[in-house]
Design a protein around this ligand. Structure first.
Ligand code: SAM
Length: 234
């Protein structure tokens, strides 16, 4: 894991709180334990990055995306959800397509195996389900006190390990959703990530960023603003 990608102050905070949580009084003891315990290493890797996500996070922004999609019918939409965490984001996109009855395929990627495993299971807690607007709840069913997605009928989601900074894009897409990830990157990593997102889109493709993210260099990178947090590749 290349830690130089992430903002230093945030990493230091995460590192300090992980050491305290796991009962290590100094860095040396922690490094010795990391070398000996693969499970500690995996937990640490997951803890270092932030995985907060929600279904329909920033709902009005998703509704803008939905309107754009509804006005651009095409044979099949191909989407990439980069930094998908435990899957709320690709599932939200899938539910929008299901609601519109439009064919789609979503490639959902994250650099962390633990959240990807959780995403593949497709089992959601009550508080996550509560974030789903009522007209989309029909796509879920309750099974043994847990919420699951009913089988998707118009498309698919596939989950894949992928590092946005160090790997080329996993294909060419009509839309790329990358929300609340590049804000954690130092400038060089952010530039590499944005170049990858640009490369991943076909001309006319859509880039959907997080609601609080600034993208002042959109013109330089060949994008035009289309709606709040949504840009179109020229
Ligand atoms: C804060 S979550 C955002 C989840 C979702 N996109 C959203 O906005 O609700 C950021 C995710 O990016 C992932 N991530 C961190 N570094 C990454 C990298 N270099 N490449 C791909 N994913 C990364 C983390 O594992 C985490 O799951």
């Amino acid at each position: 894991m290349d830690l130089t990608m992430y903002k230093r102050a945030q990493l230091e905070r995460r590192l300090a709180s992980f050491l305290q949580r796991e009962g290590f009084s100094n860095a040396h003891a922690f490094i010795v334990a990391l070398r000996q315990e693969p499970s500690l290493y995996r937990r640490f890797h997951t803890y270092l990055t932030i995985h907060v996500t929600d279904f329909f996070r920033d709902l009005p922004y998703w509704m803008h995306l939905k309107q754009i999609i509804a006005h651009h019918p095409q044979k099949q939409w191909s989407l990439w959800s980069a930094g998908c965490s435990w899957g709320a984001e690709p599932v939200t996109a899938a539910l929008i397509f299901e609601d519109l009855a439009l064919p789609y395929h979503i490639k959902a990627t994250d650099s962390d195996d633990i959240v990807l495993e959780q995403a593949r299971q497709g089992v959601y807690a009550e508080d996550s389900y509560q974030k789903v607007p009522s007209n989309y709840r029909r796509f879920f069913r309750l099974h043994n006190d847990q919420w699951r997605l009913k089988p998707l009928t118009h498309g698919t989601i596939s989950y894949l390990r992928h590092d946005l900074v160090h790997q080329p894009p996993p294909g060419t897409f009509d839309a790329v959703i990358c929300r609340n990830l590049i804000i954690y990157f130092e400038p060089p990593a952010r530039s590499r990530a944005l170049a990858n997102l640009q490369l991943a889109l076909r001309p006319g493709g859509l880039l959907f960023l997080g609601a609080t993210e600034t993208f002042l260099e959109y013109h330089e990178l060949g994008f035009s603003p289309l709606a709040p947090s949504i840009y179109q590749k020229d």
